[in-house]
Design a protein around this ligand. Structure first.
Ligand code: MN
Length: 134
């Protein structure tokens, strides 16, 4: 285990319809009349990542443990580690996840627009993921 000081439980496994590998979610806060966003802690095992996707009102990630990647379409993947904050604009295609050799946990604060939090796209394929890890 390469993770320290884990704050939240690992959570429930997320669907492989939208995630490659083993990713887990602990919901922390749902949207309501005052908060037009949800907050969750997402645990990515080694090699796990989201599909490519967009958020209609953006998303903020706060990495709480481990090491992984954040990549915007058409740009090189960025290494993200504990303490990093990523501010993701609306409608920008991207993915996030663990590295091949290190687990990663982030808090995701996801805004919603007309009750939509995310629009899912294609999986991050083996070549794309290998390039991020290279
Ligand atoms: Mn996202």
């Amino acid at each position: 285990m390469d993770l320290e000081n884990i704050i939240f439980p690992k959570g429930e496994k997320l669907s492989n319809d939208w995630f490659t590998g083993n990713a887990f979610l602990t919901p922390l806060l749902g949207s309501d009349a005052n908060n037009e966003y949800s907050i969750g802690s997402v645990y990515f095992e080694k090699g796990a990542r989201t599909n490519w996707h967009t958020h209609p009102k953006g998303q903020v990630l706060i990495v709480t443990s481990g090491k992984g990647f954040y990549q915007e379409k058409g740009k090189p993947a960025r290494v993200i580690t504990k303490g990093d904050v990523v501010n993701i604009p609306e409608d920008l295609e991207h993915w996030h996840g663990a590295s091949a050799e290190t687990e990663m946990i982030h808090i995701a604060i996801t805004n919603c627009k007309n009750n939509v939090f995310v629009d899912w796209l294609k999986p991050v394929n083996t070549e794309e993921y290998a390039e991020a890890n290279s």
